[in-house]
Design a protein around this ligand. Sequence first.
Ligand SMILES: [Ca+2]
Length: 257
Amino acid sequence: MVSTEMDGTSARVTLGSLTDEVVATKFRYLKTTGETVETVVLSSEKEVLLPNAQQWKYYEYQSAFCAAEGIDTVWTGNWMRSPYPIASRVDDKTATVTVTDNQIRGSFMPNLILDGIKDDGNSRWFSSNDASYRGLFPKILVIDTKRNGDNAMTFNHFVFYQDPDPDRQDKRFIKNVDIFIGDTKFNPNDTNNYSRSFGDPVATLSLNKFDPIQETVLKEPKRGRYVAIVFLDSHDKSGFIDLWELDAFGFVSNSAN
Ligand SMILES: [Ca+2]
């Protein structure tokens, strides 16, 4: 299982590459109704939807094998627990998003990166177009999930969405990015000292201009109320950053069992 995340009311399981011998996989999961159900999928599926899955719960799975020369299909017999609970996006109804002062262009407000709208140019954060500010780095974006302590999310996956138009690759400005997670409020104006005061980044990534959707999966998921996305530079000479959506996926391990 590469990742499992809520997509609407279903959990989407991304299977990655299975061996040729796997002919089917069974899933057992908890629905929002409280009922536990099983579903079987063929190994050719790359993704599986678990309808009406309860978010932040573990699920179980087992695979059926067919030896190369054999006829019999053999279930492995043991249910395996998913590596992580089913993750969900940060709830944009409760979370707030702030950015470094003077880094908002017109109506392109930072909270629009969490609204679930990934392909509409009216729903994005765009950094300053003012000559005094646009070339300044880092630009820091801070998400406050408003979830504390045991109720805070453990983050495991971030997906960046930029301009989806294939003819506008030159409008995909994001380049080097550090991601921080913590329980102490990050100050988006701490641009000189952030590398000391924010702790160690949980991810460091470098985005290209060719793919509108780029992601990072954390090697070690981390729990925290706050997420800081630090944009270190830009592919653009003027220094623009233009982020249409950020999927910050995580789970509340306190409710996982
Ligand atoms: Ca958006």
